[in-house]
Design a protein around this ligand. Sequence first.
Ligand SMILES: C[S@@+](CC[C@H](N)C(=O)[O-])C[C@H]1O[C@@H](n2cnc3c(N)ncnc32)[C@H](O)[C@@H]1O
Length: 200
Amino acid sequence: MSDSQYFHDSPEVASDPVDIDVSLPDLAFRLRTDRGVFSRGALDTGTRLLLAEAPTPPATGTFLDLGCGAGPIAVALALRSPGAVVWAVDVNERARELTALNSVRAGADNVVVAAPDDVQSETRFDLIWSNPPIRIGKEALHELLVRWLSRLAPSGSALLVVQKHLGSDSLATWLEQQSWSVERLISRAGYRLLRITPVD
Ligand SMILES: C[S@@+](CC[C@H](N)C(=O)[O-])C[C@H]1O[C@@H](n2cnc3c(N)ncnc32)[C@H](O)[C@@H]1O
């Protein structure tokens, strides 16, 4: 799959699904992936790092998987915190369909799949986990992060996994300039895990 296709609203490339088994230290589930959706046929290395290293999420609350793709982050969050509501948001219609299917198959009935504009503007998030779409370009990425990080609850936090060679350090600096607090939690295998919290 070319990198230019996975974040389109409606992929033109023909569907050709592949199921993968996601195995994490505390969880295992099957995930359907497809052409036209990020990381067909494998769990992305950055996503695996986030899912393996993230602190245990709160038991309850309103969470967001920003840019859910086929849904590995949303499904893992929902299974780890069955008492939470996990919004799974993506512009890509095929990604949303896969996340809905994968949530049902994993028994994660606390996932709400939505297009970005279908999330009520008053919804606030206690937790955001994301492998964000760096390849949409710096300006679009900054707009996306401002849009969703601004909706963190005052005591909420976000975890972003970003490749170092795709600009994790300059992104962290930019986030700090926008008055978020940024903690560099982990640096491994070419990725950084950033924890972002609002500053009052
Ligand atoms: C790097 S992929 C991560 C996918 C999935 N979370 C994973 O870890 O496998 C980023 C995702 O962001 C989505 N995306 C791109 N622009 C977006 C936007 N403006 N709003 C929401 N999602 C977007 C893409 O379609 C893609 O599925």
